[in-house]
Design a protein around this ligand. Sequence first.
Ligand SMILES: [Zn+2]
Length: 213
Amino acid sequence: MNGLTAFIGILVLAALCKAFSLSVGVFIRKRLEDRARRDAPPTPPKPTRRPGFYHCPNCKCILEEVTIEDKVRNGCKGCGWVHWDNPLPVAVAVIPYGKGLVFVRRKVEPRAGFLALPGGFVEKEGLEAGAVREALEETGLEVAVDRYLKSVYLERVNQILVFFLMKPATGQKLKAGSDATECVFLNPPYDHEKMAFPTHEAVINEYLAQRQG
Ligand SMILES: [Zn+2]
């Protein structure tokens, strides 16, 4: 009996020790957190800023609203840099192939799996050169620009799509680039449900109407 009492006593003692060490740990952690909070510098007030880039690319200051020529833009009060927010130009190639046009099936979002005209952002080049390069990269076709078709501004993404009609590529082999699952030539009419972008579709329809007229 004495042995059992002693055993229970040891258990109770062990439990008390554990509870004590836990509460000491909690107490110390809380004191450290309080000190860290007290020593932290005060949070500066957030400057007013339009949506977009957060930091100045020159000096890394946080951008703030600046008014230039009656328009509010984001700017840097440290070095004077202004985010003009110019639209990005995208060159798009309309490539005739037989009686139809060349399409790529997109591998990446947006609109993965849907059909689009070959095209992309220009990079240290003119728009025509961008259309020629994108056509080659995305379809494997070596095509020259025939003529400018039209441009469309997309406000939602702040991009200008510039469409070029390319010289026919009939006879050349199609080879899909890395951002397409396949590259195909299709004869009209084109199924709206399979098209990636309404803008591409509208320009195609306009071009086909011109070609028939
Ligand atoms: Zn700056």
